[in-house]
Ligand binder design. Structure first.
Ligand SMILES: [Fe+2]
Ligand SMILES: [Fe+2]
Length: 222
């Protein structure tokens, strides 16, 4: 049966890899299902529109970055594991050594929240992945993860603000398209949170977790 590929999956090489990853995808965590991969790929497609990027490389990194994960999220090492796996798998799909090295590095670095010396491919994957912690889908993913870890819904939501404010204060998105997407998706996420916890609590959490700069960023004119 003919697969319906996302429009940006165009080369035969990518189509073969897409089929392979889709049918073997083994992330048992619901917040990291194949729909997460599809959204990351979509983010990537928007981010690279005006960049000179090898599509076979960046989409392979997107496809494989969460290929397998620990079901209980005990292992924080999924980036390492998937980087190693990508090395083993990609040569079967006619990726060269140099291409695999770029992909492997991007996957290895996608869960490292520090400001490190990333390649453009690593930056794109990192930001495309982080953007999926925002928006309505991001909100739903947080609830799955937080409640799966035994937190109440309300504590999960409060924790999301803390994590997102802290991350924004530590990492500045490099690509203009990422900043634009961040603005759109963060507004949606924060509105959903505001609806659940109310303005007073929301404002006190901004204060408590140094969220002022993030909120200012969201209120800037586009
Ligand atoms: Fe990941
Ligand atoms: Fe991911």
């Amino acid at each position: 049966m003919e697969t319906n590929y996302p429009v940006f999956i165009q080369s035969e090489k990518l189509k073969r890899l897409y089929d392979y990853v889709k049918s073997n995808y083994s992330s048992p965590c619901k917040a990291h299902g194949f729909s997460h991969i599809l959204r990351v790929l979509k983010n990537i497609s928007l981010m690279i529109e005006n960049l000179d990027i090898n599509k076979d490389i960046i989409y392979a990194a997107g496809l494989m970055h969460d290929y397998t994960r620990d079901p209980n999220r005990i292992s924080k090492k999924h980036a390492e594991i998937n980087a190693e796996l990508s090395k083993k798998i990609l040569h079967k799909f006619k990726y060269s050594k140099d291409e695999i090295a770029i992909i492997e590095k991007a996957i290895r670095e996608h869960d490292n929240k520090k400001e490190i010396n990333r390649s453009i491919y690593s930056t794109i994957l990192f930001e495309a992945d982080k953007l999926d912690t925002f928006g309505k889908e991001g909100f739903d993913r947080w609830i799955i993860l937080g409640t799966g870890d035994g937190l109440s819904r309300i504590n999960t939501i409060k924790g999301v603000l803390k994590i997102q404010f802290r991350f924004f204060n530590n990492y500045r998105y490099k690509l203009n398209v990422s900043k634009k997407l961040l603005k759109e998706k963060a507004r949606i996420l924060f509105d959903l949170i505001l609806d659940e916890i109310g303005k007073e609590e929301f404002d006190s959490l901004i204060n408590k977790h140094n969220g002022e700069e993030f909120i200012e960023f969201l209120n800037e004119n586009d």
